[in-house]
Design a binder for this molecule. Sequence first.
Ligand code: CA
Length: 227
Amino acid sequence: MRILVVEDEKKVARALRQGLEAQHYDVSLAHTGEDGFFRLSAETFDLVILDLMLPGRDGIEILRALRDRGVTTPVLILTARDAVDDRVLGLDSGADDYLVKPFAFSELLARIRALLRRGRPDQVLRLQVADLEMDLLARRVARAGRTLVLTGREFALLEYLMRHAGHIVSREMLARDVWGEPGRDATTDNLIDVHIARLRRKLDDPFQCALLKTVRGVGFVLGEGTT
Ligand code: CA
């Protein structure tokens, strides 16, 4: 899940990114309203965390311009302005939720989960392959009830493999869809192999049955009883 954080205070932006990445969200930062607006017009995000007091165009202007252009990405306003009028203005301008600084990080996470849930009612939010379970909202993975601690990239890799369970996933597919590289090269292959090895250590080594198999010369397949 991709989140754009529009926040001009670099320290706050960095802290947000760190905390959200720890929850396996894919986080991008924009430090001005213009940059945020540009990113939102050019790329797809699942959620925006928007500061109101920004240099140049402020958050409300950005929000209105986005909604006018038909951008429906959920927006959570995060701001020090706590007056009721400010909240009303934010929500009336098209925000989906509003959180006042200082805030508890756990509350921010809960609101993000709620917005993502609301925005994607028809989306699959849980994946399961044999005794392996992935909760896409809570960003949690467990095998046989035991939580696996994964990095963001490992999580994305495993999510992709689970979505293609029982089918061979080639290095080309992983390079393109997980790493965002247009094509395979030796560096990307090496990165893929390193991540597959790490994932295998966490996913399979502690358990009896291996779920992640290498198909020599072709790619990888995730599933029970596949060879
Ligand atoms: Ca600010």
